[in-house]
Structures are given as structure tokens and as C-alpha cells.
Design a protein around this ligand. Sequence first.
Ligand code: 8X3
Length: 252
Amino acid sequence: MKNKIVFISGASGGIGKACAEYFAKDGANLIICSRNMEKLNDFRDFLINSYGVNVLAIELDVKNREKVVETIENLDENWKNIDILINNAGLAKGLEKLYEGNLDDFEDMIDTNIKGLLYLTRQIVPLMIERKGHVINIGSTAGIIAYPNGTVYCATKAAVKFISDGLRMDLVDKEIKVTNIQPGMVETDFSVVRFKGDKEKADNFYKGIEPLTAEDIADIVLYTAKQPKHVQICEVTVTPVHQATGGYVFKK
Ligand code: 8X3
């Protein structure tokens, strides 16, 4: 990945952060974005010092459409040569029946997981058209089969699958690949956010099963990015050995 430019949203934690480190280790220059600038600045310094790559850290809430447009438009010409877009920013909020859920949570998930991904994709793909490129979306097993109490989250990830499929069709005559990575249970802050900071609930969610790690996913993302130029990995679905689908899990 030497001299490639990789843009990663949601890069201050979890899968996004692990991807940043895996790509940096492989020599890529990075544009890392997050809402949390404090974490992001420390992480940028760590990446530069550890791997000697160029890293641009940008404060960005992908829900903010104007800010996304302005951020991409204002990138230096060199940084505009983005080779890989990793649409990672996303979240689950709440685990309740749809008819008891919180409308603000619904909007947050829809605005981040669907609209934020669309804003970034709409701005960055045109920069790839004349060259080559790769859009890697972080979807979910939740986007393949719904599970109880996760309706809206599952729907947003189903949208990510269909956006990936449609975009792949729209780009079929270009040298641009589209990959949808669909992980199952990955132990990151994902469940802490879903349970609104309740660490005990989040820990319980992974009790009795060995979940995937953010590094497991980053390794796969890098693998999809390193294929020969004629090879497009469309989808990867990956779960812990004791998870069959989003909601079908064996816990010891
Ligand atoms: C999250 C997958 O199985 O934890 O994207 O809901 S799961």
C-alpha cells in the first residue's frame, strides 16, 4: 500500500482505528477522521512516529453534510488523490422493540450509517473516477438478516449492502472496486455505545462467546485492498465461530 492514500471515517476507535494501523504498517498514507479530535491527534502522532507515513487528522462528524462537502473540497490537491475510502463510521443505539425505541436513536443511526456514508461516498468517488479506486464499506451481518430489538440498526446495514451493490453497478465501467465487509460480533466500543455507556451490559453481551476483534476485521479489509487490480472482492461476511447470523448465537 506504499504511497496509497486511504481515507478512513470513524478512525479514533474500534475497526476504523485498527484499519488505520494495519494500512499504516503496510506503508499507506492516511486521512483519518473522527468526532473525537483529542483521541485522533494522539493516534495521528503514534502512526507517524511508528510507521513513518503521512497522516492527516480531520475533525468530522459524517452526519454534517455541509462539513463533509467542505472538508473534501478543501483538501490539498495531493491529499485529494484518495485511492481507498473506508466508510467505517457507524453505530448502533439502543436494543429495544421498534415500537418502544427512541426516535432520536433511530435518527442518529440513519444519519450516521446511511446518510453519512452517502455524503462521503458522493464527495470522494468522483475524485477516483479518472484514476483507480476502492470503496470499502463496513456493513454488518445485521444487514443480511434482521434480529429482534435491532430493527433500525439492521435496516441501516441492509441499506449499506444495497448502496454497495448499486454503487458497484454504477462503477462497473470504471477501475473502481466496491467491497462490503459484513462482520458479526466484534468486541469494540460498539456495545458500550449501543447500551449508552453501560459497560456491564456491554460486557455481558459478549459473555460465553469469543467475539471477533477489530484487528481480525482490519486484516480482512487490508486483504481485500491488496488484491490484483482485476480482482474485486464484493462481499465478506465474517462471524465468530459460534455466531451463525446476527441474532443466532451459541453462548457457553
Ligand atoms: C454488529 C453485528 O451481531 O453484533 O454489526 O449485531 S452484531
